[in-house]
Design a protein around this ligand. Structure first.
Ligand SMILES: [Ca+2]
Ligand SMILES: [Ca+2]
Length: 433
């Protein structure tokens, strides 16, 4: 959008924990402590020093880059027209860094600020005695410091815009940012205050803006990140590159260059399945198994559009034995883009159903001789099935059914008869008798 490459995030870039926008290029800090750079190179701000690691924060100026290491030291590379890449010898104990234009800032653990690089506008001329600083920010030609009492101190270029004229009484500030010629402060109540040059409306904070958790200054633009993960931009929209992409959400950090905006978007990882069926056991009704119906799971996602598919749909025929059915929820904007869960469907064949029928007979507490007569036939079915003598098994089932009918209303109730006959008939069906 406008500038060659600054917004062209490298394909596959992930694991990013922080972002920084130079005027025409971008930096990303990865969770492994390494730095990735892309965009327009002039002259060498993209040339991340070989082996640079252990980085905990990054900053980008006009065309120079800074990295804060976990040992509290700072590494700089890129342009050095005004000494902006010449980290002061022995600088250590640094807890935060900032850069813009051609100057660099470092906040030390003792609450003091060190600046280097261009001082043409006084932007590197840290006010004498400045202490108690908890955050720093750099504008193009000015600098900002947030103090532990929630007030803001600014220095550097002021004749063009009044960007260092901190509004009287401003307090309760929790974060600061600088643009080309304007300044931004986030207050503890989630509102934003802006001051300085307003040629493009960059200090016209939208009425009612609240719930803000971070601010950033572009060239002639201002950005606010809201607690709901959305981004609000105001100021120069003439070029269109500052328009927030439709649907942008889950944003966790923002950064702005001259003509591009970066948003660090948290991976969408909540795709899931709800209501997975429990394992199912059922009797075969034919030699091909059984038609099994179940309530399919539903998809879990924070938005509509995800789909769910089960590889053995409800209402399909499951073969005798145990089948694993797998259901998969899919949505391309989630990471991973699909998740699966499985359940088992066990279809009991002729042998298993015969065993169950023996138990049924025994549960009826029939006269011993009659019960034995029925049971012997079913045991015969079992041994015939075991040896593959299916014709004999069919005959034994036929005899079982005949005996059941003969004793209906006698040694068996009508209800018992119909139960035994139905079960035996189903076994015959499974065997193809
Ligand atoms: Ca999701
Ligand atoms: Ca989704």
């Amino acid at each position: 959008m406008g500038v060659p490459g600054a917004e062209d995030v490298p394909a596959g870039l992930s694991g990013v924990t922080a972002i920084a926008a130079g005027e025409f290029y971008s930096l990303a800090l990865k969770s492994d402590g390494t730095v990735v750079a892309w965009g327009f190179s002039s002259p060498s701000q993209l040339d991340v020093p070989a082996g640079l690691s252990g980085v905990t924060a990054i900053a980008a100026g006009e065309v120079h880059s800074l990295a804060l290491k976990s040992d509290g030291t700072v590494v700089a590379w890129g342009s050095d027209l005004f000494g902006e890449s010449e980290v002061p010898a022995g600088l250590s104990g640094v807890t935060a860094i900032a850069a813009r234009g051609y100057h660099s800032l470092a906040l030390k653990s003792d609450g003091t600020v060190v600046a280097w690089g261009s001082d043409y506008n006084g932007e590197s001329n840290v006010p004498a005695g400045l202490s108690g600083v908890t955050a720093i920010a750099a504008g193009e030609y000015h600098s900002l410091a947030l103090k532990s009492d929630g007030t803001v101190v600014a220095w550097g270029e002021n004749s063009f815009g009044g960007q260092t004229e901190v509004p009287a009484g401003l307090s309760g500030v929790t974060a600061i940012a600088g643009g080309w010629f304007h300044s931004l402060a986030l207050k503890s109540d989630g509102t934003v205050v802006a001051w300085g040059y307003n040629g493009a409306g960059e200090t016209n904070v939208p009425a009612g803006l609240s719930g803000v958790t971070a601010v950033a200054g572009g060239g002639a633009d201002s950005l606010a990140l809201k607690s709901d993960g959305t981004v609000v931009v105001w100021g120069d929209h003439k070029r269109g590159e500052m328009n927030v992409p439709a649907g942008l959400s889950r944003v966790r950090a923002i950064a702005a260059g001259a003509y591009h905006i970066l948003a660090l978007v948290e991976s969408d990882t909540d795709l899931g399945l709800a209501g997975m069926p429990a394992n199912i056991t059922t009797n075969a009704t034919s030699s091909s198994g059984a038609v099994v119906s179940y309530t399919p799971p539903t998809v879990l996602d924070e938005e509509p559009g995800a789909t769910v598919f089960c590889d053995h749909p409800s209402g399909s025929t499951f073969p005798i034995g145990t089948t694993t059915a797998t259901c998969t929820a899919t949505d391309s904007d989630d990471t991973p883009s699909w998740v699966s869960q499985s359940f088992s469907v066990t279809v009991v064949g002729a042998a298993g159903q015969t065993t169950a029928l023996i138990s049924t007979v025994q549960s009826f507490n029939l006269p011993a001789g009659f019960a034995n007569s029925l049971t012997v036939k079913l045991r015969g079915v079992q041994s015939d099935l075991a040896t593959g003598a299916s014709t004999d098994a069919c005959d034994q089932l036929g005899a079982f059914i005949n005996e059941g009918h003969a004793q209906s209303g006698k040694q068996l109730t009508i209800s018992q008869t119909s139960k035994l006959v139905a079960a035996a008939t189903q076994i015959q069906g499974v065997m193809g008798c």
